[in-house]
Design a protein around this ligand. Sequence first.
Ligand code: PGA
Length: 243
Amino acid sequence: MKLFVANHKMNLTLLEIEEYIKRLEDINTNNVKLVICPSYPYLPLFNGNNYQLGSQNVAEEEEGALTGEVSAKQLSFLKVKYVLIGHSERRELLKEDNNQIKKKIKQVLKTGMTPILCIGETKEQRDLGKAQMILKDQIEEIFISLTSLEREKVILAYEPIWAIGTGSSATVEEIEEVTSLIYRYLENVYELKAKILYGGSVNKENISSLEKISSLDGYLVGGATLNPNKLKEMIEIMEEEYL
Ligand code: PGA
């Protein structure tokens, strides 16, 4: 079953999220696993059974004096099942590094949740022909510190930074080229059948062509999920493809 992860980032007011939660009831998710990642304070408001909950982030430590942080254990008590880790906005704007990302993945795995590790290259890195190397390094630096059982639990999200929030997704060919390299690399080095999501300006206009990439395990979608109508339409397209 494909995953569809909705990343709300720092959006929606309390009134808007209450309305959004009601609208989620109309979405049929028989063949798609829908995961909603709202802002932290809204997590306890979600109680539907046609989707699961995800968190946009997690603290790297287990507990303690870390003002403003939220631990993996606290998230798991709020019925969170998936946690985004290493999103490019956190890597770039908040200077999150691989050491922190590693610790976060460990925390998430310890509580039985599923980490979604975001990787992606900048436009400049791509133009210089360095995309493959950058992606390989982003995976390798984390995977090296995990056991094979832990590696199997990590879902990767390939999000080219130049496609995030721009309205213009990577093409089917670009995504196929990169993801098939990642699948092959993880198979060869770790004998791992990787799970890879694509993210970066996925919307209701382009999702049916992205659905042609049969190897993809789903999507990580930001902007286009803030409107429940658009979210519903994207899920409907995926459901139709399944039939
Ligand atoms: P976008 O964001 O769909 O708005 O491009 C995706 C993401 O950042 O996860």
